[in-house]
Design a protein around this ligand. Structure first.
Ligand SMILES: C[S@@+](CC[C@H](N)C(=O)[O-])C[C@H]1O[C@@H](n2cnc3c(N)ncnc32)[C@H](O)[C@@H]1O
Length: 251
């Protein structure tokens, strides 16, 4: 009953908050939602909207997402520094603002996503920033033939394993990523290990497919064990309360 009331609240008054409004439009786990969370600036309709937005974006899990991004940026920068102008391919970049922290022209950066709005807005940011080394492209990470890059030195998957419900989906991504990389390639990933209230998000919010937001937290070790089968070895892992960010190297 309490979740029913919360859902009605979020669908009505909650929409005064820009963040909640984006959640209903794109899914609360979309790349566009995450970019709004990274910006961390309360916005909404009038003082009540801004107040509700502040409550929403200050949620502890969103704090965890912002802290995860710090780990991610550092690990991507380290991976890039270990190559001479590598080809980096992000499998589900969303608007991928973290990619803009890579020094200009140090890598060829291709950012794939299946959401046209994220790709379009990502390329808008590329033009604004005058970055000729970053390109956003539409692809489906489950279909390797749709990939814009068929040989990558660095793979990135941030917030992607986190949103996959079925283990088999993660294994397909591991297989696809492994097929476009070689010995010495690196894979920088995030995974959600814990969420304080899975029932609440399932009963009150929607995911990017517009269904109930079903989240399956998994320990990073589960993922790295599956990845071993394809030759990946974990070389770095950082954690906060909810997320792990790691780098694997292909042996
Ligand atoms: C939680 S967001 C993460 C976005 C970004 N990587 C980040 O960490 O801020 C998940 C992203 O996965 C993308 N996505 C989901 N399924 C996909 C698929 N099959 N192929 C490509 N992208 C996909 C979504 O469009 C969304 O941008």
């Amino acid at each position: 009953m309490k979740y029913f009331i919360l859902k009605i609240f979020l669908k009505t008054i909650g929409r005064l908050s820009d963040g909640v409004k984006i959640g209903w439009r794109t899914g609360f786990d979309s790349g566009i939602m995450l970019e709004y969370i990274y910006e961390n600036k309360p916005r909404g309709f009038g003082p009540i909207g801004r107040f509700l937005d502040k409550l929403y974006i200050s949620n502890e899990v969103w704090d965890g997402v912002r802290s995860r991004r710090e780990f991610l940026i550092k690990q991507i920068q380290e991976a890039v520094a270990s190559f001479e102008k590598p080809q980096l391919y992000d499998l589900a970049a969303g608007m991928g603002s973290y990619l803009f922290f890579i020094d200009r022209d140090k890598a060829n950066i291709t950012a794939g996503d299946f959401e046209p709005e994220a790709v379009q807005r990502g390329n808008g940011k590329v033009s604004e920033a005058g970055r000729h080394d970053i390109k956003f492209v539409e692809h489906n990470a489950f279909n390797k033939d749709s990939y814009a890059v068929q040989e990558a030195d660095i793979l990135v998957s941030s917030g992607f394993f986190d949103i996959l419900v079925k283990d088999e989906e993660i294994k397909t991504i591991l297989k696809n990523g492994s097929e476009i990389t070689k010995k010495g390639s690196k894979w920088v990933f995030t995974i959600q290990e814990h969420h304080p209230d899975l029932e609440m998000i399932k009963k009150t919010m929607i995911d990017l497919h517009k269904g109930d937001w079903e989240l399956v937290p998994r320990k990073a070790e589960i993922l790295t064990e599956w990845a071993k089968e394809y030759g990946w070895e974990l070389v770095k892992l950082e954690r906060n309360e909810f997320f792990a960010v790691g780098t694997m190297v292909k042996k």
